[in-house]
Design a protein around this ligand. Structure first.
Ligand SMILES: *Cc1c(COP(=O)(O)O)cnc(C)c1O
Length: 340
């Protein structure tokens, strides 16, 4: 697949490192475990959204946009990286943010404003707003778009998580990069594991692995919604993206591996397993995960390794999707577990 055909800007440090987790591999006595350091993409503390934004901002510039509008939860890593990317290319950024577990003015919320984004904070979560007759996130965005257009602006909307066909290119690109690195290092990868939320990351990984005919399995780990909700969406986004770029691939629900056993109580709500996983990687390898996405996904991967889920003869690669600025608003939840 010729990625150079599509509009793109340069935002990230690439290739991101592919590191062997020697201590963790020994500790778990399972397959060789590697980590792809997409927390080190570079832009404003890094993370997976910057890969998608290379193509999304490329498309926005092609469309001569002057304002970027996007949305997410208050601690959204996507919104922070979008704010950084927009400002770098001289565009305004408006973020529509809905409340989540943490109410603290810190982490990503603080960084959004530091990066110059304008925040439109919704008072309650989406459903509650609909029921209360107030504006939902979607209506708020539609109104903002209409208002900007009457003022002669040219707004460009990036969906939650940057997850559409254009954004998914970022993770097709990551997968091609990873396969090239693995070939060079002589590593045979059996599975890639990543946190999966709005779906663009997993979609790109699935398509990238198939475009390259690599046989690598993509395991998405749920962080908010159950498999019954997410798998049909992932299947649709995979098919849409394949059609959009004429890749000739097609997917059914049974082709999508998505594990929803490690969400805990819900999106952004800390779980004991997440805290133990973050602590484990910190103390074995000195690498920091985040509490909302990579921490829960890593907890899931460790548990599956312990249960013998993966073929021990091939490597498992954890895709570290970033999110570390959110960790600081969770320090109180960690305290009793780490003071020993
Ligand atoms: C957004 C995000 C994800 C999930 O990516 P999607 O493409 O939305 O599925 C995973 N990890 C982190 C840290 C994120 O910010």
């Amino acid at each position: 697949m010729q990625l150079s055909k599509y509009p793109r800007v340069k935002l990230i440090h690439s290739p991101t490192p592919l590191e062997y987790l020697e201590n963790l591999t020994q500790h778990l006595d399972g397959p060789d475990i590697y980590i792809k350091r997409d927390d080190c993409t570079g832009l404003a503390f890094g993370g997976n959204k910057s890969r998608k934004l290379e193509f999304l901002i490329g498309d926005a510039l092609k469309n001569k946009a002057d304002v970027i509008i996007t949305a997410g939860a208050v601690q959204s890593n996507h919104c922070r990286q979008t704010a950084a990317a927009a400002t770098k290319f001289g565009m305004e950024c408006i973020i529509v943010a809905k409340p989540s577990w943490s109410k603290e003015y810190n982490g990503n919320l603080f960084l959004d404003e530091l990066l110059g984004a304008k925040l439109v904070l919704l008072e309650e979560d989406n459903e509650a707003l609909d029921q209360g007759g107030k504006l939902s996130m979607e209506e708020t965005i539609e109104n903002l778009m209409a208002d900007l257009k009457t003022k002669g602006k040219n707004p460009y909307y990036i969906p939650v998580g940057g997850s559409n066909s254009i954004g998914s290119l970022g993770y097709i690109s990551m997968t091609m990069e990873l396969i090239a690195q693995a070939n060079e290092m002589g590593i045979e990868i059996g599975s890639m594991v990543a946190a999966s939320g709005s779906g663009g990351t997993q979609t790109g990984m699935i398509l990238g692995a198939d475009v390259e005919k690599s046989g690598i399995q993509t395991v998405g780990m749920a962080i908010s919604s159950d498999a019954t909700i997410v798998i049909p969406k992932l299947k649709d986004l995979c098919n849409q993206t394949s059609d959009y770029y004429e890749l000739g691939l097609s997917y059914e629900e049974k082709d999508i591996i998505f594990n929803d056993n490690y969400i805990g109580e819900g999106y952004g709500i800390p779980s004991e397993e997440m805290i133990e996983a973050v602590k484990l990687l910190a103390r074995k390898e000195g690498i920091i995960l985040d509490p909302v996405y990579s921490g829960k996904a890593f907890a899931g991967m460790v548990d599956l390794i312990k249960k013998g889920y993966f073929d021990k003869s091939k490597a498992v690669v954890f895709i570290h999707t970033g999110g570390t600025p959110a960790l600081f608003v969770y320090s109180d939840s960690f305290r009793e577990y780490i003071q020993n």
